[in-house]
Design a protein around this ligand. Structure first.
Ligand SMILES: Nc1ncnc2c1ncn2[C@@H]1O[C@H](COP(=O)(O)OP(=O)(O)OP(=O)(O)O)[C@@H](O)[C@H]1O
Length: 135
């Protein structure tokens, strides 16, 4: 069955292809961790926030919100890296469209990071207040 204008055909489902897709995903995550400084920074932040969460014994809902935000930031960082590489693959010239594509992707990461910081403050501030008052 033809699924696209470039003649890409869909292959039948198989366990081998299914496991290979996990391997490719793992390779992508490993590559991102080795090459993307920002992603490493996010992972350090995740580690610190998780330690705080364990220390303050935050609620299940708070954990779920934090996990959701951590996932959004990291996945957007990886999509941003993919868009950067795709743009560089398409053109080495400085063009307005290339600039917009990269700036839009970077803006998406920035927005999610700001939202994460705000959510982190809203979740942890009450715990920190109680902690300070107890000293
Ligand atoms: N091909 C391009 N055309 C126009 N603007 C670009 C292009 N590539 C990058 N930019 C601009 O530079 C910003 C940073 O892009 P990127 O992180 O890929 O670094 P770079 O400018 O390509 O070079 P370097 O990696 O040395 O910093 C982008 O958000 C965009 O504003």
């Amino acid at each position: 069955m033809n699924t696209g204008s470039k003649g890409r055909t869909s292959k039948p489902w198989s366990w081998r292809r299914w496991f290979k897709s996990f391997f490719y995903a793992g390779r992508g995550i490993s590559h991102a961790l080795h090459t993307e400084m920002n992603l490493r920074f996010h992972f350090i932040a995740i580690l610190l926030v998780s330690m705080l969460g364990i220390y303050f014994q935050i609620t299940k809902t708070e954990w779920l919100v934090l996990i959701l935000m951590m996932t959004i930031v990291c996945t957007l960082e990886m999509v941003n890296a993919a868009i950067e590489r795709t743009v560089d693959l398409i053109t080495e010239e400085r063009t307005m469209l290339a600039q917009q594509a990269k700036d839009l992707a970077a803006g998406a990461v920035f927005l999610s990071a700001v939202a994460s910081i705000i959510i982190g403050i809203v979740i942890f501030l009450p715990y920190v207040k109680v902690f300070v008052e107890m000293q």
